[in-house]
Design a protein around this ligand. Structure first.
Ligand code: BGC
Length: 894
């Protein structure tokens, strides 16, 4: 019988509950291993397991759990072939680390969770699974192979091998490690739907391998494996100011592959890369991750990856050393062609030129279908804007490119037709940032609006958050922010998808909360912080772009940018309640803080770029960089405390206090409550990052508000101030003013971009700026997080991270009639929504199961909070404060 009585008992304790008599079933759902659904190729010795509870009932939660991990799916719950049985553990955690005996390589494990709800009922999840990968380097059987060592050779190489099997296949896995990029096929069938695999790492320190289930493609009888390699960041042939063409790891792409077949009789055979493979050049005559791809369809070799293809003319391969000794499993959401976008319009300029407009700015590629005579040369020029004549304009994005000749035009694919009917082109080893595509040809071609389609590519993260409001501008800014966040996520966060594709650290830590409220980003951040660890110098210094070929150790890598090493692990901890990344980075954070200390004087540092691309005022670099020094020392001290490193906790909390005191001694006028010249960043950064002495907080906030009003409630900040201005106001009693800034529709504002047609965020506040005007930058994207934090009032509680307890403090700002933020926390769906009605403001909140929330509402003069027809608390000094358990609540504030 499903008990319902528990619901009634629970509901009685708080008058604000809406009574629901839902049957109780705290079912563990959405089981994840290493944050992925049934992943393959797990190398972690102690993988993490997480789940959510499906229970909408009031007060729902878990009081105990049990996990079973074993190798027999059907016998799991009967205790057959178990490797780990935690037995019943009294705990409300929904995140566990494997604690059984060592896992075996190449093994599938099944797991399930039992959860005891607060009513004592046990509910068992469905069975999930994960499969281990190589586990250790010595398990690889294949050799690293390539076709040549010539880094200047342009065409991409094909590789193939055939083999016979005479037994029936139970399962088959392909493990493929690549320095460069790859596409894998078996018997002519493309494997998987990932794009641009493997992810970009510092190849000479860490090389990734990907595991594919190829059971369906491998067959009894004759088989062919086909591999096509692209350059990616490994063999950067295009020349730009970042010196990627001089990367120490640079070489012709290479790979190592093991195809591990398990036959129905239980025997195992591994087919590997080695000297017996054949190679030839493909029709991809040029490929650059940075610029474009060139394809000559006349060079196609139909069926090159089929068993019966005649490869007699193909060459033998060469053996190559492994690019690094550190081969790691790629355990993350892959890059995909996530959205197909039809052209919004097409304009025929003449018989050889057509201009397509996708209607929105994206990162990705296009596909083109076209017929024409053999040898017809078609160029696809991708740009973000049009010039005065309405033609594609590259001038804002090719500024750091240093071509040595005209064979590699920027963001311009070249497609040479074979003349064999309708042909399709879509680049494989490149992506671009663009809205417009100018297609031009050396011979007349006929194209229609449907001939070209756009594909929005990015790391394909599950969506966690959604914002909706009564303001279409607000909703469009949110959409544009997410577009820019995703356009800049390709296994590492970038600054822009067109001009640079660089992993600029500052842009990424500023945008990390925006990312974490909206998307399930932990796998990408964990990978990117491993990239940081690979790049750290012995003296603790980190570069300003990660990964890097060596550029960035001398410029731009002060604490205002490269505090990624502390801020991102801390935010991941707050959002997921998982301290692994903090633990993994602890030593690196410490070495980075020590490196700042080495470069500081009197606990202040001038190391950094400062408030980048400001509207007009620029805060002193020493102020902003010292604040980030303080932030890092504080995170380090808190992490030391968390990890029980007592001596470090004492040392670094003392350091944090000294930095704070030094900042205040130099920049704060205690009489007036003004920092420096009192500009928006100078005032909001100390407030937001907790530098202002408690007794002066109200005064400093009032001065900031005055400054903002004097600025016409418009922004006067750059990158660093964008992070702090809205938060400093809304967290200190000026939410209406913050919203005024956020809702502006004239210059300078996010709304100004939107009014002018933006579908992404820009790099500069003026639309007609002469420099720094990429039209797809995430660096001003904090507003996306602010919607959740200030309007939805949703914040993680550092004392109980992972949204186990939610700090709820929504602001019903003037000028907005309706707002709703929903956010899937690690526990479940949280909804915070409000609307102005004739009776007052109706506020609804859904607290996820297994969570609590600390709600506080600031009340205006004479305002009261009602629920269920009763006044709960009238206006008080501290407003309305209530602790909520899981469930739905409705309040009326009038
Ligand atoms: C990038 C920025 C980055 C900056 C550092 C620019 O070129 O696009 O977003 O943070 O350099 O100054």
């Amino acid at each position: 019988m499903k008990p319902t009585s528990a619901r009634i008992i629970l509901c009685a304790f708080c008058a604000s509950f809406i009574l629901t008599l839902t049957p109780c079933f705290s079912k563990p759902v959405e089981l994840r291993c290493e944050y992925l659904v049934n992943p393959l190729g797990i190398d972690a010795a102690r993988p993490r397991f997480s789940w959510r509870l499906d229970d909408p009932a009031q007060g729902a939660g878990q009081v105990a759990y049990q996990i079973w991990v074993g190798s027999d799916s059907s016998g799991l719950l009967q205790g057959r072939a178990l490797v780990w049985n935690s037995l019943k553990v009294v705990s409300n955690t929904t995140l566990l680390t494997y604690a059984g005996p060592a896992l075996q390589a190449f093994s599938k494990y099944y797991w399930a969770i039992a959860s005891w709800g607060i009513d004592g009922q046990r509910t068992v999840s469905a069975v999930a699974n994960f499969e281990t990968g190589m586990q250790k380097a010595s398990n690889w059987k294949g050799a690293w192979i390539s076709d040549t060592r010539d880094v200047n050779l342009k065409p991409a190489p094909y590789f193939r091998k055939t083999f016979d099997t005479n037994k029936s296949i139970r399962s088959a896995r392909a493990y493929i490690a690549v320095a460069g990029l790859y596409e894998l096929s078996i018997n002519g069938q493309a494997i998987g739907n990932h794009r641009l695999d493997p992810m970009y790492t510092r190849f000479d320190r860490r090389t990734m391998y990907v595991t594919h289930d190829v059971t369906k493609q491998a067959q009894k009888g004759k088989n062919a494996i086909g591999v096509l390699l692209g350059n990616g960041w490994y063999n950067h042939q295009s020349t730009a100011v970042w010196f990627f063409h001089e990367a120490p790891w640079r070489n012709r792409p290479t790979f190592c592959l093991d195809l591990r077949i398990t036959y129905s009789d239980g025997s195992v055979e591994t087919i590997s890369s080695g000297k017996d493979w054949k190679t030839a050049l493909s029709p991809i005559i040029f490929n650059s991750i940075y610029t474009a791809e060139h394809y000559d369809a006349r060079l196609e070799q139909p069926n090159w990856n089929q068993p019966n293809f005649d490869d007699a003319k193909w060459k033998t391969v060469i053996l190559r050393p492994a690019p690094s000794t550190n081969l790691v499993a790629q355990v993350m959401h892959p890059i995909r062609d996530v959205e197909e976008i039809k052209a919004k319009s097409m304009r025929k300029i003449n018989d050889t030129t057509y201009l397509y407009d996708l209607g929105r700015n994206i990162s990705g590629v296009v596909s083109l279908r076209v017929s024409g005579a053999a040898g017809t040369r078609i160029r696809l020029r991708h740009t973000e804007r049009l010039n005065a004549e309405g033609r594609s304009d590259m001038s804002n994005i090719d500024v750091h490119y240093r071509p040595t000749d005209n064979t590699d035009p920027f963001q311009t694919d070249i497609f040479i037709l074979s003349g064999r009917g309708e042909e399709r082109f879509m680049p494989r080893f490149n992506y671009k940032g663009f809205q417009y595509v100018e297609v031009s040809s050396n011979q007349a071609i006929t194209l229609s609006e449907n001939s070209l389609k756009g594909y929005f590519m990015h790391s394909d993260l599950p969506v966690l958050g959604k914002v909706q409001s009564s303001s279409s501008t607000l909703d469009k800014i949110w959409f544009a922010t997410n577009n820019s966040y995703l356009s800049n996520l390709f296994g590492y966060p970038t600054d822009c998808p067109q001009r640079e594709k660089n992993g600029w650290t500052g842009d990424a830590h500023i945008a990390s909360e925006t990312g974490l409220y909206n998307f399930d980003g932990i796998t990408v951040y964990e990978k990117w912080l491993a990239d940081h660890r690979d790049e750290q110098q012995p003296n603790g210094v980190l570069p300003s772009i990660v990964p890097t070929s060596g550029w960035g150790y001398e410029w731009g890598n002060g604490p205002d940018w490269t505090s990624t090493i502390a801020i991102i692990p801390w935010n991941v901890y707050l959002f997921y309640g998982d301290s692994k990344l903090l633990e993994d980075c602890y030593d690196n954070i410490k070495r980075y803080v020590d490196a700042i200390s080495d470069r500081s004087q009197g606990h202040l540092t001038t190391w950094g770029l400062g408030d980048w691309v400001p509207v007009k005022s620029k805060a002193p670099v020493e102020l902003t960089s010292s604040i980030y020094y303080y932030v890092d020392a504080t995170i380090l001290a808190k992490t030391a405390q968390l990890l029980n490193k007592k001596a470090n906790y004492t040392t670094y909390s003392a350091l944090a206090t000294k930095i704070k005191d030094a900042i205040n001694a130099k920049y704060l006028n205690r009489e007036t409550g003004v920092y420096g010249n009192g500009t928006q960043t100078e005032m909001s950064a100390p407030l937001h990052w907790g530098v202002v002495p408690a007794e002066l907080q109200t005064k400093v906030a009032a001065n900031l508000a005055q400054r903002v009003k004097a600025d016409g409630a418009h922004l006067d900040v750059g990158l660093l101030g964008t992070k702090t201005i809205l938060n400093a106001l809304s967290d200190n009693g000026y939410a209406d003013l913050a919203y005024q800034i956020a809702a502006q529709e004239d210059f300078p504002s996010w709304g100004w971009w939107i009014k002018n047609g933006a579908t992404t965020l820009y790099e500069n506040w003026p639309i007609d700026a002469q420099s720094d005007i990429s039209m797809n930058h995430i660096m001003f994207g904090e507003i996306g997080a602010w919607y959740y934090k200030a309007l939805g009032g949703i914040k993680p509680d550092p004392a109980v991270p992972g949204f186990k307890n939610i700090l709820l403090n929504p602001h019903f700002v003037k000028g907005l009639d309706r707002f709703q933020a929903s956010f899937k926390t690690p526990q479940g769906e949280l909804v915070s929504s409000w609307e102005r009605t004739a009776q007052g403001v109706s506020y609804k909140v859904v607290v996820p199961p297994n969570s609590s929330a600390s709600l506080s509402l600031e009340l205006g003069p004479g305002q009261k909070v009602w629920s269920g027809g009763q006044v709960l608390v009238s206006e008080g000094k501290n407003g309305f404060v209530q602790n909520l358990r899981a469930g739905s609540y409705v309040y009326l504030i009038k």
